[in-house]
Write a protein that binds this ligand. Structure first.
Ligand code: BDP
Length: 326
């Protein structure tokens, strides 16, 4: 009798401790596979959050598109509060946060250093903060190299060679307009459907950076890759304001934001390694890699100028800020 009373008392005492010790679980969606640089960054981020919160916050990295194959739909879920976080390309995010379009404008960055300076400086950080207006917490920017065209039909040496090619784009108005302005026929479809669409001849190609061209296997079905580097739209780690405000206090949100930023350099490091590995694999496969002559590059740059009269004018303040930091 006495013993069971004691047990009950102990249980009562222990229960609040057990309850308090249950970690807060957060999920982050990532479309890329486990060994992709951004996924590695998220693993590191999860490690930092766990360590710095003393195990009170646990981040589950759902990579490989487990939580959705379409990035636009994933962003929608984050905004709505059905998903805690996602690592995505800024391109589909611009459908929800229009001012981010400035970062995806063609040939806007002079170099990686220029981009990193702007993103980590006042301009980039202000735009991250501004995402709260759209029900997001912008946590950090991740590296994404430069996007270039690839196709299964022919070698593209000048912008005129793009004419008539059916090119898959991300679900983003800016990307659709960008690719159409260059003379190709933009076809918006989800990332995960591109391989089949190229191999079945539904589309002729797509555009992406070295690691995505390689990791998706697109290089196997679209052997012509032209390094025109038309856009360097960064990746972004976004959180749901609704979900975060419900699950976390201010200090915990600050801890998460800091941990995210602290993984940016790590992603750049992993990125540079992967670019080299991807190049090796693609070249060994016998793909045709085309470097642009200076004249051909000038042709690409000229072709996209109309976008500066529309999107550029719309975001003139930000574009001027970016240009002044060259
Ligand atoms: C890759 C981005 C990924 C995008 C994908 C795409 O890392 O987030 O979804 O491009 O083209 O470079 O959809």
């Amino acid at each position: 009798m006495k013993k069971s009373l004691l047990h009950a008392l102990l249980l009562l005492l222990a229960f609040p401790l057990i309850a308090a010790a249950a970690p807060i679980k957060l999920t982050v969606a990532e479309i890329h596979p486990q060994d992709y640089p951004t996924t590695k960054g998220l693993m590191k981020f999860a490690e930092l959050v766990k360590e710095r919160s003393g195990g009170a916050i646990v981040v589950d990295v759902k990579y490989g598109g487990q939580l959705g194959k379409g990035e636009k739909e994933v962003v929608e879920q984050v905004q709505f509060g059905a998903l805690d976080m996602a690592r995505i390309s800024i391109a589909p995010v611009t459908e929800f946060v229009p001012e981010l379009e400035a970062f995806g404008l063609p040939y806007i960055w002079q170099s990686r250093d220029h981009m990193v300076k702007v993103l980590n400086g006042d301009t980039g950080q202000r735009l991250l903060k501004n995402m709260e207006k759209y029900k997001f917490y912008g946590l950090a920017y991740y590296e994404s190299g430069a996007r270039s065209f690839y196709n299964s039909k022919r070698e593209v040496k000048t912008v005129a060679d793009l004419k008539g090619l059916k090119i898959r784009v991300q679900k983003s108005k800016l990307m659709i307009d960008l690719v159409n302005t260059m003379g190709a026929n933009a076809t918006p479809i989800s990332f995960g459907e591109v391989y089949d669409a190229i191999s079945k001849g539904v589309i002729d190609g797509a555009e992406n950076n070295w690691p995505s061209y390689e990791s998706t296997g697109h290089y196997e079905v679209a052997k012509y890759y032209t390094l025109d580097t038309h856009t360097s739209v960064p990746e972004i780690l976004v959180a749901s304001k609704a979900a975060f405000d419900k699950k976390l206090n201010k200090d915990q949100i600050a801890l998460i934001m800091k941990a995210a930023k602290d993984t940016q350099d790590f992603v750049i490091e992993k990125w540079l390694e992967r670019v080299e590995a991807s190049k090796k694999k693609v070249v060994a496969n016998g793909n045709i890699i085309t470097e642009l002559t200076p004249e051909a590059r000038a042709g690409f740059v000229k072709a996209v100028q109309p976008l500066y009269e529309t999107y550029g004018a719309k975001h003139k303040g930000i574009v001027d800020e970016i240009n002044s930091q060259k």
